[in-house]
Design a protein around this ligand. Sequence first.
Ligand SMILES: Cc1ncc(COP(=O)(O)O)c(C=O)c1O
Length: 458
Amino acid sequence: MTETKYTLPESAIPERWYNIQADMPNPPQPVLHPGTGQPVGPDDLAPLFPMELILQEVSQEAEIAIPEPIRDVYRLWRPTPLFRAHRLEAELGTKSHIYYKYEGVSPAGSHKPNTAVAQAYYVKEDGRTRVSTETGAGQWGSALSLASRLFGLECKVYMVRISYEQKPYRRSMIETWGAQVVPSPSEDTQAGRAILAESPDSPGSLGIAISEAVEDAAGREDTAYSLGSVLNHVLTHQTVIGQEALAQMEQAGEFPDVVIGCVGGGSNFSGLAFPFLREKIAGKEIDVLACEPAACPTLTRGPFAYDFGDTGRLTPLVPMHTLGHDFVPAAIHAGGLRYHGMAPLVSQLVLDGLIRAEAYTQGEVFASALRFARSEGIIPAPEAAHAVHGAIGAAAAADEAGEQRTILFNLSGHGHFDLGAYDAYLAGKLEDIALADEEIERALEAIEALPKPAAGVS
Ligand SMILES: Cc1ncc(COP(=O)(O)O)c(C=O)c1O
């Protein structure tokens, strides 16, 4: 049998992030100021973000040097291991080879610290002392709380209420590292109070929590806003994942035919996939698959349009696949995938046919998560379980076609704080909620009056 685990020394932690904007066949369309309809410039963003991150957001350089203090923190858990899923392959009886890159070994338990550490570093360099952010499942909030601690920043987290209630230990983790966390919608912001006035029982959503965190940062000079996904620079920071995976696949003597990740805002997927898409754009044949929940099917059922990144309409207009900024997804357990929009870079690459997408119900996702946990041992985060399900489906499709394929997926985090979801599944209480076309049509009415993007190419 070949190796099970491919590891790299700390000296192999990448020295540069890969910026896919340099290689895209069609660049993403500009982000627009909602008042003027004109492209947003660095000065518009400066109240919220450190200038270095704004420059990374629009950079056309293929590679961006990773400052040494960031690499130094990465050493705490990077490089992450790449596993060959021998036992899952045997359980499936597949001829295909399945590999997964495991990001759950970070202190916070997911890929999120890869960008949290970078963002906290640049906020500190910018002379600010505090960050505000939102969190869905609590993974991002805990990652930023950790990173803020390591760079001596204060941190306030607006946590989607349903997760705040379902995941009390994520809250404890955020507080253990020293950040303040409140359920969103909260009474602390105008955006939160407005939602609570209309729906006191709102389960919250990422769109609402983003409004609160943006409002918080916009109102204070000492505070930067930090986003855990969607933005170009966040996706770029995550590319340490794919660069390491390229080296580890080489160690294994294989190259993937299929590369898979789950998508909420698109960051872990991009982190793994972009370095491989660089090879695809250069001519290699790779099937790149993004997996999303059927309860929040942004790529598979949402149009490519200009929309606000948040529910309170505080952000610029972003060109992306969207379900409409006031779409509140059903309270599925993969809280980190409950976002109405999608990263503009991922959206554009889907339009260009370089990435395809599939949507799954949570019942089938948890069935696959259990198969994985019972063969490989690791209990996946519900978000990551979408990628597990995608990989199992890709192996089945290869067997059906009589082919042996090499499949690589991102196991973006562990599910140790999501055991309530596993409990519900094991007790037969996990609901699959169908999302009617009428609900999507209703939510999309909110973007009818907004500017329309060019027809996919610019
Ligand atoms: C473990 C895990 N995977 C995936 C995601 C989805 O986010 P993204 O699409 O930005 O990777 C989250 C978000 O919270 C997460 O916690």
